[in-house]
Design a protein around this ligand. Structure first.
Ligand code: SF4
Length: 94
């Protein structure tokens, strides 16, 4: 975790800059929410970030993911079942 991207919130804890305020936006987030975003320090992100999965990323619903998306006016991620995923062989370019 780059030191310049965190602020101290207690003697033993830090927060990503931009996340400890009324309208949070992590300063490591690049892009436009609702269009395309990515983490600019993905390989160095904190354990908190590593432990937070988007809904259905591991087959489990995450209500906190829904709440985070709702805070930005985004709908929850819908579960994609195997029946809805086209088989790989049908996605061959013509
Ligand atoms: S995953 Fe990256 S952009 Fe998202 S909160 Fe963590 S450090 Fe910030």
């Amino acid at each position: 975790m780059p030191d310049e991207l965190v602020s101290s919130i207690s003697p033993s804890r830090v927060a990503m800059l931009g996340t400890d305020c009324k309208s949070p936006r992590c300063t490591a987030l690049v892009g436009e929410v609702g269009t395309a975003v990515s983490c600019s320090i993905y390989e160095q992100r904190s354990s908190t970030c590593r432990e937070f999965d988007a809904s259905w990323a591991d087959g489990q619903h995450n209500p906190d993911c829904d709440a985070a998306r709702a805070a930005f006016g985004l709908l929850p991620i819908e579960r994609v079942t195997g029946a809805e995923v086209p088989p790989a062989e049908s996605v061959i370019a013509a």
